[in-house]
Each structure stands twice: as C-alpha cells, then as structure tokens.
Design a binder for this molecule. Structure first.
Ligand SMILES: Cc1cc2nc3c(=O)[nH]c(=O)nc-3n(C[C@H](O)[C@H](O)[C@H](O)COP(=O)(O)OP(=O)(O)OC[C@H]3O[C@@H](n4cnc5c(N)ncnc54)[C@H](O)[C@@H]3O)c2cc1C
Length: 447
C-alpha cells in the first residue's frame, strides 16, 4: 500500500526500507507530512521481534510520546517513588556494589522500564495503518538515475522511481552498502547471549538484585533484570574468537554449556543465574567505523543502526533511531515550507545527526583509553581495583547525556539559529563552544 496525498506537483515520493524500530518511527513521522507519498518495505514475511528486553530511557520515552506509542508502553512501566533502585553496577567477580542509581520521583520523567522487544514493536505498529508495510520485499539492488531511485527486490519485482530513499535496514544495511561501498563491517570478537526465564527459576539464588544490574569483569559483563511480568532477563557479552563463531549467527539458539563456559571467573550469584536457563539466543556482534556522513547523493538517508554500526553499544539504539526519524521528518518539513530541494533537508539531517554519532563513537574511544590508562599504571592495579575503577570511569555521570538528549530542543535551537543567522557556520561555532563547555555532541557544518 502506498499512502498518497492530494496530487501536487511538488509531492515527494519516499521509500523506507526496513521496519524495525527506526523504520517504524520514520513511517509514523513521514505519514504526518501531507506532501509525502510514502511506501515501506521489509524483507520479513511477518513482523516479529527476536531477542529479549529493551530499555526505555528518557530519550526513548520522549519520542514514544511524540510517536503516539507511549500509552501502549506505560502499562509495562514502573513509576519511581524515590526508594526503588533503578540500576546498579557491580563487580562481577566479587559481587561488590560499585554504584547505584534510584528511580526518579518526577511523574513527568520517563518511567523505569525494560520491556520485551515485541511490546515496543507492537506499540509502534499500532500507529501504522494495517497492511501499509509491504512484506517479503528483500531489497537486492538500488539503481540511481536522473529520474530518481529504483528499488529491485529479490523476488524479481521493482518499485520507484523515488525522490528519497530512507535506509532503515539495520546494521547489515544494503542501502549503506550501496551508498558507501567502501565501508566495511567486521566481527568485534564478541558475542551477545540473551534469554528470558521465569523469575521463579532464579528466586532461590542468594543476593539476586531486584533491579537492573550490570556485573562487570575485565573484558565482559552480564546484565540481569527482573522484568514487569514475572520474567527475568539475562543478557551478556563474551569474547569469542572469530574461528569459533559462525559469522552469520544472529538470534541462533544455543544451549547452556555454550554460554556458561565463559563465566568461570564470575561470582557464585552470577554463575548460578547463568546456569538456570536451558536455552539462549546467540548474537555475533558486528560493528564498523563511523560514517563521516549519513546521507548520499542528496536523496538517500541512513537511519537507525544503518547509520551508525555501533554494535548495540549504549543499549539505546532504538532511541537513536527515533531521534533520526524525528529530525529527518522535521528537516523535510522545514525545506518543503521554504520551497527548498530534498537535498537541503538531507544536509540539515546530516548536520544534526552525524555529530551526535561522532559524540557516541568518542565515548567508545574513551572507554578504550580508560582501559589503556589503567593498564599502564605501575605497579599494576589489583584485578578488582581495575574492574571497579574502569566501571566508575565508563559509567560516570558525564556520559549520561546520551540518555537525556533532547532532540526536539536541539532541533528547535538549530532551526532558530539557522533562520536568524542565515549562516550555518555561525551555528557550528556556537554548538562547538557549548560542546567544549558541557561536552555535548558537536555540530559540524561545512563552511
Ligand atoms: C545485543 C543487543 C542489545 C541491545 N539492547 C538495546 C536496548 O536495551 N535498548 C535499545 O534501545 N537498543 C538496544 N539495542 C539496539 C537496538 O536493537 C537497535 O539499535 C534497534 O533495533 C535499531 O533499529 P533499526 O530499525 O535501525 O534496525 P533493526 O531493528 O535491525 O531493523 C532493520 C529492519 O530492516 C529489515 N531489513 C534488513 N535488510 C533488509 C533488506 N535488504 N530488505 C528489506 N528489509 C530489510 C529487517 O528485516 C528489519 O526489520 C541492542 C542491540 C543488540 C545487538
């Protein structure tokens, strides 16, 4: 189904490829633009989510409200009364508490929630007309010509031409591969294991935390969280040499033995928790370098995991995708109202989002630097001192802006200044000054 606005000469034909959280948010935002003629495709024959839980952070919540999907999520959330623990950081070897955060009391603030992934997808799908997404449409090839963009699907069908292609097709994006053929993903040397089991299966284990908890060791961590509906989530990362991993393993079922062998150096509580499930899902983690730009040829925009192959870092990828979708739609509206071409909208999109991703990649680099600095200390730190200090540094309040980032505010400031100054270079200067002072992500604009 394609949703057509009133026929107008300047209608914009847009295709969205991929309908994960990013693609769904893009669809919801773009359907609100009266001048957009929208089509959406996904390779899946039915839309269903694999994996376990997903965190709804402050920035995720802000966008769920804007997307009209917060109400459907609210029922799974808990409002803090100031006494409930939100998240703990612990030393995985000893169980020692490193830091603890309490839930906010503010009723306007995001509620604490870690929900099953399908619930997020269902809430977003509730805002998309039934039958709108064209399923079993695996994008195989993109052909660009002066007429626009044509999409060729694996089933032999084609669609187009489109004025704008939104690549929301995830970390292994075909659209990114087309736009930036030199960009390469590689295996990070880590796998993620995830599972959901009944809370009753772990209730007998002593020292089991009643809130979300990260258990850190030198190279890996385990995340445990009792979810809203009597389920218990365990999500871990483990080192796995490339030769031992099938590169395609994504959501593959594995047994207990495959998982627990990685966690001998963890405390008794964690070893018991990890022994509880019979079955896990395994995800080989792939990542890639930051893209200098998330747009191409003035008519392709990458969005969500397609635009930033961060390999699930920061546990907030859905929020990043929502922020992308919001800015893209706002930028299209901004340029449409000013009778500017779609390439101008994409430039705005890139100017706002690429620096954000630069900020996130910087944090990952800082994680690496923290480890190097601590390893260089002489005499060497005791193992547990090393783990505790690295966790404190990596999880410092300084990095919390990621989860509080208010895209709507940034966008308003951006267009206000751009309108007032008529000069994006002036805006760059101002944002870079702010970045120096407050360590907020920088906006870089070509002069
Ligand atoms: C282990 C792990 C834990 C995570 N935990 C969290 C968390 O707690 N909180 C959080 O916010 N984020 C988390 N994330 C990140 C989050 O899952 C992603 O950032 C988010 O799903 C990105 O959404 P997306 O729409 O960009 O991509 P995806 O969810 O990957 O969706 C891509 C869509 O594109 C479709 N597609 C792909 N290729 C094609 C093609 N060629 N043709 C047509 N369709 C195609 C796919 O079928 C899919 O529907 C985690 C990620 C990992 C790996």
């Amino acid at each position: 189904m394609t949703i057509k606005p009133q026929p107008q000469a300047d209608n914009l034909k847009v295709a969205v490829i991929g309908t994960g959280p990013g693609g769904l948010a893009a669809i919801i935002n773009l359907l609100r633009l009266p001048f957009v003629e929208l089509s959406a495709y996904d390779q899946a024959s039915e839309l269903r989510e694999v994996g376990a839980g997903i965190s709804i952070n402050e920035n995720t919540w802000r966008h769920l409200k804007l997307l009209g999907a917060a109400e459907a999520i609210e029922q799974y959330t808990v409002r803090g009364d100031g006494s409930k623990i939100d998240t703990e950081q612990r030393n995985g070897s000893t169980g020692e508490l490193i830091s603890r955060r309490y839930q906010k009391v503010d009723p306007e603030a995001a509620p604490r929630s870690r929900i099953e992934r399908y619930k997020l997808q269902k809430a977003l799908l509730g805002q998309v007309p039934t039958g709108f997404i064209q399923l079993s449409k695996k994008l195989a090839k993109i052909v660009e010509s002066p007429k626009g963009i044509e999409l060729n699907f694996q089933d032999g069908t084609a669609a187009g031409p489109f004025d704008l292609l939104v690549g929301a097709d995830g970390i292994r994006s075909v659209v990114r591969q087309h736009a930036f053929p030199e960009h390469k993903l590689s295996y990070t040397g880590k796998v993620a294991y995830r599972t959901l089991i009944p809370q009753s299966a772990v209730a007998h284990i002593s020292n089991i935390p009643q809130s979300a908890c990260f258990w850190h060791t030198r190279n890996t961590h385990v995340y445990t969280d009792p979810l809203d509906n009597g389920l218990f989530e365990i999500a871990t990362r483990a080192d796995e040499p490339e030769e031992d991993i099938k590169k395609v393993s994504w959501g593959q079922k594995v047994g207990r033995e495959q998982v627990i062998r990685h966690y001998d150096n963890y405390c008794e509580t964690i070893r018991q928790i990890l022994a509880a499930p019979d079955e896990w899902l395994e995800f080989a983690m792939f990542g890639g370098p930051r893209l200098e730009s998330v747009i191409s040829n003035g008519r392709i925009a990458l969005l969500g995991d397609a635009s930033h192959p961060l390999s699930g870092a920061f546990g907030s990828g859905a929020a990043f995708a929502f922020e992308d979708a919001y800015v893209l739609a706002q930028a299209l509206l901004y340029t449409h109202e000013r009778k500017k071409p779609v390439s101008g909208a994409l430039k705005l999109y890139d100017d706002v989002r690429s620096p954000h991703y630069k900020g996130l990649y910087k944090i990952l680099n800082d994680f690496g630097s923290n480890a190097k600095e601590l390893e260089a200390i002489s005499p060497p730190l005791e193992e547990n001192d090393y783990i505790n200090e690295r966790t404190r540094r990596n999880w410092s309040a300084e990095n919390q802006w990621i989860y509080k980032y208010d895209m709507t505010k940034v966008w308003k400031e951006y267009v206000h200044l751009a309108d007032a100054e008529g000069d994006l270079a002036a805006l760059t200067l101002q944002r870079n000054k702010e970045a120096d002072q407050k360590r907020v992500p920088v906006i870089e604009v070509e002069a």
